[in-house]
Unconditional design. Sequence first.
Length: 169
Amino acid sequence: MKKIQIKKEVSKNFKKHNHKLCYETSMKAFHKNCLEKNLKLTPLRLKVFELLLKDHRPIGAYQILDMLSKEGFSSTPPIAYRVLDFLIEQGFAHKIERFNAFIACSHPGSKHSPTFMICRKCDKVAEMCEKDSRLKLDKKSLSEFQIEESIIEIIGICKSCNQLETIKC
């Protein structure tokens, strides 16, 4: 069995970082994408994206519906799923299969096959691009199958949670 090696610098999502800048950069990219592609930037799309950007933890569709309802938005499941589908299609969100939940993309607006590092203690998720994770599917050897999308989720413990666990011992 081949051992998976990952760069030492996993992701800013597991480190303290300027989350305000992170949020603003993603929001600017979202506005720009909608403007350039002549897509409707509805208040609902904007609000759902804002909710996903709040933290680096995945949010379930029903949690999103709850938050939308509290903010005075219509809260029926088809509405939330349509917005989430739009955000995924435009490259601004991903679905985290482990949690059946959604998270804002760390590389907004770009088409890529991310690898997700998921802390099983704090549920934070760090997204890495294919290049940084060094995980690569040999697409040439799959002549019988055309890959359209791949989602890789790696479960473990982030440095912060690991340090907390060490302190408790």
